[in-house]
Design a protein. Structure first.
Length: 233
């Protein structure tokens, strides 16, 4: 089985699962204190996504920034995007990827209304950052870009952040995330499942989801409610 085929298999297992189900599955395997990103990493808008971690790390720019203005600043800004705050990981995106950006907590809008669409066009399922990482937030919401972040930011990249590495282990919200790990995110936040345990976690998480649906369906019927997708098999 190729890596892409294995990814598709995992994504099919996790497609119906909520973060809460995956959290339960992790607990069943002894990962009680691991996997859940800190609660300050929240969805930009209420949605859910799951995908395979594609990681990149950015570091604070050490400076100094040149004392230029106007058209000279435009020229320097173009140089900065082409050589310092680059996005080489974007070229590697495959369908099913979940973009995981370790931004070292920097308050900067690394991703916005334009480049997030480039990610979606390549098949990315979602984006999670441990900084601001997101600007143009109104447009991102309108465009339904699945984003989880600590806060939104007004600031551009120049003199604030620089690309460091890609496809390496990163740390977000107190969790080490490796390329290929499974990321599940919804209104409850984000959870990362180590690749080595992903199939077994999905087994127990699926069992918990089935039990939850059956129990809640009984209560729906007792209340006279029409069953919806959240309680149907």
């Amino acid at each position: 089985m190729t890596a892409q085929e294995d990814n598709k298999k995992l994504l099919a297992l996790y497609a119906p699962l909520r973060v809460a189900d995956v959290r339960d599955g992790m607990d069943w395997l002894g990962y009680h204190h691991y996997g859940s990103l800190s609660a300050d990493i929240r969805p930009l808008w209420r949605t859910r996504a799951c995908g395979i971690a594609r990681t990149a790390r950015y570091l604070p720019f050490e400076g100094p920034a040149p004392l230029v203005r106007g058209d000279a600043y435009t020229e320097w800004s173009n140089h900065y995007y082409n050589t310092v705050a680059t996005y080489p990981w974007m070229q590697d995106i495959e369908p099913g990827d979940f973009i995981v950006l370790d931004m070292s907590g920097v308050d900067v809008g690394l991703m916005g209304s334009d480049n997030t669409l480039s990610c979606l066009a390549k098949g990315a399922r979602g984006i999670v950052t441990n900084g601001g990482g997101i600007r143009d937030s109104d447009e991102c919401i309108l465009q339904k870009v699945p984003v989880w972040c600590r806060f939104v930011s007004q600031k551009m990249d120049q003199a604030r952040i620089r690309f460091s590495e890609k496809d390496i282990p990163v740390a977000l919200g107190g969790v080490a995330i490796r390329p290929g790990d499974v990321i599940v995110a919804d209104g409850d936040g984000v959870i990362a499942v180590p690749r080595c345990a992903a199939e077994e976690v999905a087994l127990y998480a699926s069992r918990e989801l089935r039990n939850d649906k059956a129990n809640r369906k009984e209560k729906y019927l007792a209340l006279g409610w029409e069953p919806d997708r959240t309680v149907l098999p």
